[in-house]
Design a protein around this ligand. Sequence first.
Ligand SMILES: [Zn+2]
Length: 556
Amino acid sequence: MSYLVLARKWRPKTFAEVVGQQHVLRALINGLDQNRLHHAFLFAGTRGVGKTTLARVFAKSLNCEQGVSSTPCGECQSCQEVDAGRFVDLIEVDAASRTKVDDTRELLDNVQYAPSRGRYKVYLIDEVHMLSTSSFNALLKTLEEPPPHVKFLFATTDPQKLPVTILSRCLQFNLRRLDLTQISGHLNHILQQEETEFEANALLALARAADGSMRDALSLLDQAISFGGGSVKNDHVHQMLGTIEQQQLHHIVTALLKQDGKSLLEQSQQLSAQGRDFTIVLNELLSLFQRIATVQVVPDLESTEEDNLEQVKSLAQQFSPETIQLLYQIALHGKRDLAYAADPKSGFEMTLLRMLSFQPKSIDKTVDISASTDNNTSAKAQSITDTPPVPQPQPQPQPQPQNVARQTSEKEKVEHISTASNTGDEISATNWTQIIATLKLAALARQLADNSAFIKSENQQVYLSLAPGLAHLATPKAQERLESALSKQLGYELSLIFEQGVGNVDNRQTLASERAEEASIKQQQATESIHNDPAVDAMKKVFDARVIESSIKSID
Ligand SMILES: [Zn+2]
């Protein structure tokens, strides 16, 4: 059984048999049945998606001896001649080999003559964009005043190269790549009719390799049948294509997920024993990572391109998007470097091990790096590098925030709204900012409290100072609110006295200055934790990554 046999035998003979391209079929069928046909059609699309087939069924529909319709009889002489590829009024031209103006002129000179066998002459000009400028001009003249008995079908893989004058005179259709289901379904149909034994997975592998082209799929199917000695087995097909089974890919990715280095090396060994091409394996891994990333963005994706959508969805939930991006990058670099490796297998294994070493032990949906420090504060840092995001090591337990709770005072007990503190001690420089931090204050009163430094406390009078530039904060209203909040918190009435310019506020702690200092320390810690992170360091080395300093921020 040869390629020609299958492709020829199974070339669709009616519109109903054509796979895919429903939008084009509908236009042609409606036009034929209503007898309102445009005189020039342009089919844009890749190879092997059915241009010649459409042209043939179209020519048959126009010339069937039973009359013009979308369902030619297939029995009459015209129909049979078209099917056999020897109908004189179907003129197929490959523009790629006929670009000279003389060729086109000769072709177009004949346009004016009536068809010799049927009602219409159908011209199929493939790769029409290859015509020369003067050929286009000759063609344009015909298109401007087309003889009534002529229909043009132009096909091109590159419609951008066509002059607008031509484009504007055609009814244009984009022929689509056929999807996996369409191709594998058609192969399935053919093999059942042929009574040839096959495994369904094998058809999906063939369909994937055909990359949208039915013609390529049929050609591959022929090869697979002869390769398998009359049957189409999954294993044979992968062997023939040098591809890897989806299940094997899934094993590799699962081993990455489980941090199972031993299993990874076993997979590599197995692939090598099967004689797989490691560039293709990396390509397939890239494709899988890309599909996982897509599902992470569009979780309810329904795709006919996915034969293992459920597995992909499950992986998408188990990996963080950042990790998938990183694994993709590593696979991409691994593919690039494969040629430089001692041999493809060791290059492939190094790529897998690199993926393993970069993969965080715990899968976390956020990027955070924690660092504990002496003074018991903690800093989380987040950073963006100019290559992939940072993988995340185990988050460390967060220390409790500073707590200023103390025993209640010997004075009258008061109900507190605040959860944090109840300081019965005299207010002092030591506990000033802690007390201020626990007060429930709004707007201006908060500003006033945060920027006030404690000077002294005498006879229920609290002396405070504000930096010279901030004196305006001590409005009567803000002062009153702060007084009342403090009195409530401490459990006794007190009054506030602001002493402008007394003491240098720079030397005294205010809550605002404390916080600024703390923020600066955290920023330093964040920067250090990014620079000391081994994963970041490794990315700098492997990918020439560079940390963008301004993107480091404490996220606590
Ligand atoms: Zn007929």
